[in-house]
Design a protein around this ligand. Structure first.
Ligand SMILES: Nc1ncnc2c1ncn2[C@@H]1O[C@H](COP(=O)(O)OP(=O)(O)OP(=O)(O)O)[C@@H](O)[C@H]1O
Ligand SMILES: O=P(O)(O)O[C@H]1[C@H](OP(=O)(O)O)[C@@H](OP(=O)(O)O)[C@@H](O)[C@@H](O)[C@@H]1OP(=O)(O)O
Ligand SMILES: [Mg+2]
Ligand SMILES: [Mg+2]
Length: 339
């Protein structure tokens, strides 16, 4: 039974009263997680298996009512959220200020950093990670803020090599922010609407790695991606081609019969270093990275996308990982308080 989903006689959702949540929190030392998520996210993430396991471990998920002041709800130990908009950000910032005892996953300004495809990858570029296990970079890219007619010149000046992936500069989760295109010639890019990021397309054998991060935990899965573009194809084609959300729509490539040189997962120690450093630099605990391996270069990796609170529902075993993570947050707070 979902506490927040119990329906009243009118059929509307019933949320727990402040006092009954407080009771559960104190009497049975339940960890109360308030959540503010879209209905799509609730469906893909807050599945019965997660809620059941959480309850067994003493964690309760309680829906935040956006029509009521946040301070009047709870009390919460943790607030989990993925909503956009300035108003919501301000509400959360104020709540963080007035409720320092609550862990807000994650801070709104840190999430905001991922809402721009230029600042999103800056941390990875700054890190310049290279060790015996491999090298992690970002594809060369150019930001076009306005004036689409200037694109051909800008691309030539920057020395970017075609084909290019054109991505909306803003990555705020809107349908428009996921409308990407592949451009075979720079002149056709004039048809696109800035603000944009133009990124060199890196051949990677049609498979990408989704690296899910939940606090200290890391889980990697394979997904089908865009196929390689050959020199011959490039010389024969012109124009820009819109493509749908490949990485999200594509089936998992974990069980596919793939060329081992393409399917081999990035080395674990490399991912651990990358994740640790990104957690620190981004100030986030819940995110995933899309990583590709340059085709034919075993240890050359590129991060092409970072997403806040991604589709954990598609991450094998996320129920255990997520609930352990929530408990670890509360335990570390408790430890801090008692020293
Ligand atoms: N530089 C690149 N080189 C090769 N392929 C790329 C590149 N950038 C993007 N792609 C392909 O395009 C897909 C979508 O790009 P990206 O992940 O940046 O978009 P998104 O809309 O933010 O995706 P998500 O749904 O994961 O948030 C990638 O999953 C990958 O298949
Ligand atoms: O739809 P799912 O739950 O799977 O999650 C997707 C998530 O959508 P949601 O947060 O609206 O649910 C996307 O967020 P926005 O960029 O649109 O904000 C983005 O993070 C995708 O990468 C996620 O898919 P994944 O990369 O994990 O496969
Ligand atoms: Mg992506
Ligand atoms: Mg993305």
């Amino acid at each position: 039974m979902r506490l927040n989903d119990e329906n009243d006689e009118e059929g509307g959702p019933k949320t727990m009263s402040h006092c009954s949540i407080g009771h559960l929190q104190q009497e049975k030392s339940f960890v109360i997680v308030g959540y503010a998520l879209t209905s799509k996210k609730v469906e893909s993430f807050l599945k019965p298996k997660l809620e059941g396991l959480a309850r067994n471990k003493g964690i309760l998920f309680v829906a935040i009512d956006q029509n009521r002041p946040l301070s009047d709800q709870g009390p919460f130990d943790i607030v989990l959220h993925k909503l956009t908009g300035k108003e919501w950000r301000q509400i959360l910032e104020e709540y963080r200020r007035t409720h320092p005892e609550v862990t807000v996953l994650d801070p709104p300004d840190a999430i905001q950093h991922l809402h721009n495809r230029q600042s999103m990858l800056q941390c990875v570029a700054d890190m310049n990670l290279s060790d015996t296990y491999g090298k992690v970079g970002v594809p060369r890219q150019l930001v076009i803020k306005r004036d689409s007619s200037s694109i051909p010149d800008a691309v030539t000046k920057a020395g970017l090599i075609l084909p290019l992936v054109a991505k909306p500069l803003v990555a705020d989760g809107s349908a428009k922010s996921h409308e990407l295109s592949l451009a075979y010639d720079e002149y056709s890019l004039q048809k696109l609407e800035p603000p944009l990021v133009l990124q060199e397309f890196v051949n990677h054998g049609g498979v990408l790695f989704k690296v899910y991060i939940v606090g200290e935990a890391i889980k990697v899965v394979r997904r089908f991606s865009l196929p390689d573009v050959t020199k011959r194809e490039l010389s024969k084609n012109a124009g820009v081609f819109r493509f749908p959300r490949v990485s999200c729509a594509a089936a998992s490539a974990d069980d596919a019969d793939l060329d081992p040189s393409v399917a081999e997962l990035p080395p674990r120690p490399l991912l651990e270093r990358l994740a640790k450093e990104l957690r620190r630099r981004l100030g986030l605990r819940l995110f995933n990275l899309d990583i590709i391996r340059e085709h034919g270069r075993r240890d050359h990796f590129y991060v092409i996308d970072i997403n806040y609170f991604p589709g954990y529902g598609k991450m094998p075993g996320y129920e255990h990982i997520f609930t352990d993570f929530l408990l670890s947050l509360v335990q570390s707070r408790y430890k801090k308080r008692s020293v």
